[in-house]
Design a protein around this ligand. Structure first.
Ligand SMILES: [Mg+2]
Length: 215
């Protein structure tokens, strides 16, 4: 039974980008342009090389920022402010999603590889402000990103989260590996079905999924 899979859950963890808003909003396209510009300016490389480096950092370290910090000692704070300075005009309020999240029993948090101030802006644009007990960004994990297990452990320790009573909603399959290993229920939120041992559930419609879950 679908709802029985979540009957034990008292701690609901949501990724932000492409999870709490649909990928069709394409916010990440804007962020990627700003990340590439940042790499070009700070490393003095052309656009093609900056794009190649970004893909390399993402594949090797989980995020562009993690690669810039590890390989070039980049200061994360100004980087995070700059790359998240994007337009949210394409986001719409989602009152159905807000209602379903509000109905989830227990503690609800957001955990993003972006920054917490950016997450708060996105939540406001989606009509989801005030629904979460805490909003964590990469800065709360000492700038270590998901999918590193140490990053999850840091955030979950801060939030006093017991993974065995937790559920994680996330669009990046890699970021469900550690939560699954720690005992969480995992929900892959994406239009692309990628069956994997560390994914319990898949949905391309978070609002509809939560509606069924709360019954
Ligand atoms: Mg995401």
């Amino acid at each position: 039974m679908f709802t029985e899979d979540f009957a034990h859950v008292r701690h609901w963890v949501f990724d932000l980008d492409n999870t709490l808003y649909p990928p069709a909003a394409r916010l990440f396209d804007q962020i990627e342009v700003r990340m590439t510009d940042w790499v070009m300016q700070s490393l003095k490389v052309d656009r093609a090389e900056a794009d190649r480096l970004r893909r390399h950092y993402w594949a090797t370290y989980g995020t562009t920022l993690a690669g810039l910090m590890r390989e070039h000692g980049v200061d994360p704070a100004p980087y995070l402010t700059d790359v998240h300075d994007i337009s949210l005009d394409h986001l719409e309020q989602d009152t159905a999603l807000a209602g379903h999240i509000r109905a989830l029993p227990g503690r609800r948090i957001v955990y993003t590889n972006g920054s917490a101030p950016y997450a708060e802006r996105v939540l406001a644009a989606r009509g989801l402000s005030g629904l979460f007990d805490a909003v964590y960004g990469v800065e709360h994990a000492g700038f270590r990103p998901k999918p590193e297990r140490a990053a999850f452990e840091t955030i979950f320790a801060i939030d006093k989260l017991d993974p065995t009573t937790g559920a994680m909603f996330e669009d990046d399959s890699r970021n469900l590996t550690a939560p699954h290993a720690m005992g969480m229920r995992t929900v892959h939120v994406t239009p692309l079905v990628e069956p994997a041992d560390h994914i319990h559930h898949h949905t391309d419609d978070l609002t509809g999924f939560l509606a069924k879950l709360i019954g």
